[in-house]
Design a protein around this ligand. Structure first.
Ligand SMILES: Cc1cc2nc3c(=O)[nH]c(=O)nc-3n(C[C@H](O)[C@H](O)[C@H](O)COP(=O)(O)OP(=O)(O)OC[C@H]3O[C@@H](n4cnc5c(N)ncnc54)[C@H](O)[C@@H]3O)c2cc1C
Length: 433
């Protein structure tokens, strides 16, 4: 029997260490330098974060999910999931532990499709935590439907020339390089006519026109770039994977990215539930504590049940990825998790705000950012609706149309079949009457 919901005691000890470390050492960074996790650290920041990263390495928890050949411990996705539940509370924690989005996904595709030279130049510093990277795929006129992309890459001798617009390219302004998806052959289908390119951000022609921020962020804080690729020349060996392979590369990247977001979302939602419970136990209203009111008890029970369902599904899916070592085989469950993730975070964040009253919506508590986070989770790496379509298609693959006019569950038809099956016995019974 293989069902086991217990964590190996040695790894649990590591998780306990990580839990305390994140609370005591890392969460203060979110308060000192909010929104700065993806900026190259200045001297002061470096003085604080370098020793913290060193401590994580000493604990063997740096980029823990990667194989030893990539500087990790090969712990896999299930163990990463348990760790990410802790890291999800803090925007700085994934950086300190070497497993932040979008860099983990980007590292995975360079590891998978990159040449030795590309790994040396891009992957090594990325895994060392020395640089950040950017995934530049969405365009202003089309995000969820990549067949609408028009950014072009044209071969010119032994170079490629890239022209076009990209939108919401996260962290482009602080990234050392961009992974750009472009149409390399417009005469074939989008699924075979697009390629990925590794483009250093300082390449002439890479023009960041503006950096969009999320709701509540100032223009200066924006991290999501509108980029004009204006005659950007890269050598032939900037191609990542084969020519026309962009879709395959994208799937590898996005599979990992999506489940990593889900793992961290568990941590964030748990933080909301903890805050809700603390407030419910602390606040007096109408002759009793909030925790004595049934509406509030309902919020707590619903949040706990929702979070537990989500958590178990994420852990199961992480386990499946480790088992199959292939994101495509787990596509249905990754898409299903992506679908439920925004609702879990939204519902728990909303209840947390509600229980805190005015304080909950104020900028003195972090809850409205969780609400924005829920909307982000319903869009980034593909909108909910598109993932629902994926889930439905995958589920339908395991089903057949009914063989005749009536559904296979049609009771009169089944009753007739049951009678036919036991006809001999039934006739005998009738004969005995
Ligand atoms: C915080 C954040 C970070 C991001 N980072 C990056 C990044 O680093 N790199 C990058 O390339 N992109 C990034 N994105 C962009 C993201 O991938 C897109 O927002 C997403 O793919 C949706 O594209 P869109 O915004 O153009 O929406 P659209 O494609 O215009 O879709 C809008 C809405 O239409 C509906 N819809 C779309 N398709 C269907 C359908 N088939 N059936 C039914 N309804 C549908 C959905 O409700 C959808 O939300 C990021 C987005 C966010 C919010």
């Amino acid at each position: 029997m293989g069902w086991d919901f217990e964590t190996d005691p040695a790894y649990q000890a590591k998780l306990d260490w990580a839990d305390e470390f994140v609370r005591e050492e890392v969460e203060p960074l979110d308060l000192l330098w909010p929104g700065k996790a993806f900026w190259p650290p200045d001297e002061t920041v470096r003085k604080v974060i370098n020793p913290l990263k060193e401590e994580v390495r000493r604990q063997d928890l740096w980029a823990t999910h990667l194989g030893p050949e990539l500087g990790g411990k090969g712990h896999g996705q299930l163990q990463l999931s348990l760790l990410n539940e802790i890291l999800g509370r803090s925007s700085w924690a994934p950086i300190i532990f070497g497993c932040q989005a979008p860099d983990t996904g980007n590292a995975e595709i360079i590891a998978h499709y990159g040449t030795e030279a590309q790994k040396e130049r891009y992957l090594k510093p990325l895994l060392e935590g020395e640089v950040f990277s950017c995934y530049s795929m969405t365009e202003p006129q089309g995000g969820s439907d990549p067949t609408l992309f028009t950014t072009r890459a044209v071969k010119d001798g032994d170079e490629w020339v890239i022209n076009g617009w990209k939108y919401f390219s996260s962290n482009a302004r602080t990234a050392a390089f961009l992974i750009v998806m472009a149409v390399s052959d417009p005469d074939t289908s989008a699924y075979k006519g697009m390629s990925m390119f590794l483009v250093p951000t300082d390449t002439p022609g890479v023009k960041i026109v503006r950096n969009s921020g999320l709701a509540g962020e100032s223009e200066e804080e924006g991290m999501h770039a509108l980029i004009h690729y204006d005659d950007v020349r890269v050598p032939a060996d900037a191609l990542l994977g084969g020519e026309g392979q962009a879709f395959a590369v994208a799937q590898t990247r996005l599979g990992g990215g999506r489940i990593h977001h889900a793992m961290r979302t568990i941590g964030l939602a748990k933080m909301g539930l903890d805050a809700m419970c603390e407030r419910a136990l602390s606040r007096e209203v109408s002759g009793g504590r909030l925790s004595d009111k049934q509406f509030v008890q309902g919020y707590i029970a619903d949040s706990y049940a929702q979070l537990m369902q989500f958590r178990l599904y994420v852990l199961y899916t992480a386990w499946s990825i480790d088992k199959h070592n292939d994101y495509l085989k787990v596509r249905k469950d990754i898409a299903a998790i992506k679908v439920i993730m925004p609702d879990v975070l939204h519902d728990i964040a909303w209840r947390t705000i509600q229980v805190h009253g005015a304080l909950g919506v104020s900028n003195e508590m972090p809850f409205t950012q969780m609400m924005t986070g829920a909307s982000v989770m319903g869009l980034a790496d593909g909108p909910t609706e598109v993932h629902k379509v994926t889930v439905a298609k995958q589920v339908l693959r395991d089903h057949e149309p009914s063989p005749g006019l009536w559904p296979t569950m049609h009771l009169p038809t089944r009753r007739e079949a049951a009678r036919a099956k036991y006809a001999a016995v039934l006739e005998h019974e009738v004969g005995n009457l």
